[in-house]
Design a protein around this ligand. Structure first.
Ligand code: NAD
Length: 335
């Protein structure tokens, strides 16, 4: 890539593509086009010098416009959130297929050299995730397919688009299956937030309100792995530019498995308090266990996400605390 090649980032008003705009800017790229349907004041990050467009990418005309002159296109736009969102709003999740369908066609027509799609661990067969002591998921576990209803099936189908655009039309595509990503400048309230942000917020809230209780969704025994945002942006860059990985879905996630109960203990340690746990058995919890098998990424890239969870969670906690205080003071915050 030349430093003045045009990079298009879809979903850049959100968490990961916002961080990617910052990442490429810091690498010295001078032409970055960031796009999101959210009005500009609601973007999580605005990077100086980056062209920011407010456009709905469900529409083909808009996709054509944003892909003009693009050398690389990264599609991270999707209607998504934590379990509370994806279990309840399956139609919204499924409709994200429109974004990828039009973005990949537009990237192809614009003559882009490479196209990235952000898939998810939710594309994996749910039958393999019924035990908290789960066997980590390897790339071949997506088939035979029984993905998470709605969100997961959209990801699996969009992955197939990426594979067929390479097979039939020669567009170099990259597909990363993210396992939970967390970090500063992500959703932390409002219903779309994921477990690490929600738990940090609950601890901060309890501390601020002098409460000694925390509500945990499910029984807290469900397990997950969590990847820090800096590992995610670096991983996207490496996967996108590896010819061995063209049209080949690959895990991008941490392989450190932790239960939600242990994640709460970690947030309590960071916050310097211990709370009484109330369990909500009716809350959405998703699969019992999910972890990333990193054998393939290690083999191809000689690398895997490695930021220690407690280190990343501390940075996330501090950022959410600042957001919480800012909101209390009547200032604008990201969610
Ligand atoms: P996010 O919600 O913070 O960002 C997504 C952005 O897409 C939002 O700003 C939203 O406004 C935008 N968007 C939605 N519909 C749009 C449309 N029609 N046109 C233009 N913009 C639109 O989410 P994120 O955490 O940054 O996730 C980015 C991608 O990574 C998504 O594809 C998501 O499914 C995937 N992913 C994320 C995680 C995670 O843990 N965060 C895990 C697995 C996969």
């Amino acid at each position: 890539m030349k430093k003045d090649d045009l990079i298009v980032l879809a979903g850049a008003g959100g968490f990961i593509a916002g961080a990617l705009a910052r990442y490429f800017y810091d690498q010295g790229f001078t032409r970055i086009r960031a796009v999101d349907k959210k009005p500009l004041p609601e973007w999580y990050q605005r990077v100086p010098g980056v062209e920011c467009l407010c456009m709905d990418l469900q529409y083909e005309d808009n996709c054509r416009r944003v892909c003009e002159d693009a050398v690389e296109v990264y599609n991270l736009a999707a209607d998504m959130g934590g379990m509370g969102f994806i279990e309840r709003f399956r139609v919204e999740c499924l409709r994200s297929i429109l974004i990828n369908t039009h973005m990949i066609e537009s990237a192809y027509r614009a003559g882009a050299q490479r196209y990235f799609f952000s898939s998810s661990a939710c594309a994996y067969n749910v039958e393999l995730q019924k035990d908290p002591n789960v066997r980590a998921l390897k790339e071949s576990d997506a088939y035979p397919a029984m993905a998470e209803r709605g969100y997961g099936w959209e990801k699996l189908m969009s992955e197939m688009f990426c594979q067929e655009y390479w097979a039939e039309r020669g567009l170099k595509t990259a597909v990363a299956r993210f396992h939970n990503v967390y970090g500063p400048c992500g959703t932390w309230d409002g219903g779309r937030e994921k477990a690490p942000a929600a738990i940090c917020r609950k601890v901060i809230e309890a501390k601020d309100q002098g409460s000694d209780e925390i509500v945990i969704w499910g029984d807290g025994h469900q397990t997950r792995s969590f990847m820090y945002i800096d590992d995610c942006t670096q991983g996207i860059d490496m996967i996108m530019h590896c010819d061995e990985l063209i049209a080949t879905p690959i895990n991008l996630g941490s392989s450190f498995l932790i239960s939600i109960n242990d994640l709460v203990s970690m947030a309590e340690r960071i916050g310097g308090m211990t709370l009484e746990r109330k369990y909500d058995p009716d809350a959405p919890t998703g699969v019992a266990g999910r972890n990333s098998d990193n054998t393939f990424i290690q083999h191809v890239l000689g690398w895997e996400p490695s930021t220690p969870l407690e280190e990343g969670l501390k940075k996330t906690y501090d950022w959410i605390k600042q957001q919480y205080m800012d909101r209390k003071a009547g200032k604008r915050t990201v969610s």
